[in-house]
Design a protein around this ligand. Structure first.
Ligand code: NDP
Ligand code: 8X3
Length: 253
């Protein structure tokens, strides 16, 4: 029997990352789940340990030394990471460029871009050594177009788009698959975070249409990582049917 593969998912405490952990855990992957909210990591570990091996890593992806150290010191049974899902990230604020806050800008660039790089840096060398591995970067439609007040969030996701392409080019010689999944509007805690806990504002984002569910994205990630080796889903954009672009959404209000 073939050994189970191990997937490391960042941002597994909520939304897309959590749904992905649940789907992969139920479909034959061992899991390393990470995030900052230990209680949620513990709950998910308890749920999924009934069906697969689960290890938790509590770190802020901004803390490069902590990230590198945590991944370097994984227990033996989790030290080989076959699949990396770079998912942790959020938007912080929705303001015109003259109104945006430096703290929000730092958070988005430090988490969505630099954090993704730190986690990747911790894992790519072992993939290169084994000449195998699969990396899925969670981008966004915000990495393909720019919308009003999206400025820095869009910049962070455009950076993810470029990093995804750069990784694929540089890791091609090593047989490592790299691809991005770029969702449109998915109903998660994303808007709660963007609007700093203002639930009314957050809920309005999804008013009057059927947004994507985190499980829809999990399904696509699972599809991408279970293709035969010669198939690499390089760059995939997925929107709710009601959405045509970042600014065009058919709402029935
Ligand atoms: P959620 O807010 O539901 O989940 C975000 C996850 O990221 C949480 O698990 C959170 O964990 C983790 N995270 C955030 N900041 C950090 C940090 N500094 N260090 C470690 N982990 C962190 O949002 P989504 O599930 O929607 O977002 C997941 C990804 O999908 C993001 O990259 C987002 O940009 C992208 N995306 C989302 C879309 C949407 O409409 N929802 C559309 C397109 C892309 P914790 O707080 O425990 O650390
Ligand atoms: C999340 C989708 O449109 O809010 O990346 O930027 S959007």
């Amino acid at each position: 029997m073939q050994d189970k593969k191990t997937a490391l998912i960042t941002g597994a405490t909520s939304g897309i990352g959590k749904a992905t952990a649940e789907l992969l855990g139920n479909n034959g992957f061992n899991l390393i789940i990470s995030g900052r909210r230990q209680e949620r990591l513990d709950e998910l570990q308890e749920e999924l340990s009934k069906i697969t091996k689960v290890h938790t890593l509590n770190f802020d992806v901004r803390d490069k030394n902590v990230v590198l150290n945590a991944i370097d010191n994984l227990p033996d049974s989790f030290s080989q990471i076959d699949v990396l899902i770079n998912n942790a990230g959020n938007a912080h604020g929705l303001d015109t460029i003259d109104q945006g806050s430096l703290e929000d800008w730092d958070a988005m660039m430090d988490i969505n871009v630099k954090g993704l790089l730190y986690v990747s840096k911790a894992i790519i060398p072992q993939m290169v050594e084994r000449q195998s591995g699969h990396i899925i970067n969670i981008g966004s439609t915000a990495g393909k177009e720019v919308y009003p007040k999206g400025n820095v969030y869009c910049a962070s996701k455009h950076a993810v788009d470029a990093i995804n392409k750069g990784m694929r080019i540089d890791l091609n010689a090593h047989g490592i698959r790299v691809g991005a999944v770029n969702p449109g509007l998915v109903e998660t805690e994303f808007s709660e975070v963007r609007f700093k806990g203002d639930s009314d504002k957050a809920n309005k984002v999804y008013d009057g249409f059927q947004p994507l569910k985190p499980e829809d994205i999990a399904d696509i990630i699972h599809f991408a990582i279970t293709r035969p080796y010669h198939v690499n889903i390089a760059d995939l954009v997925v929107m709710p049917t009601a959405q045509a672009s970042s600014t065009i959404v058919k709402r029935q209000l």
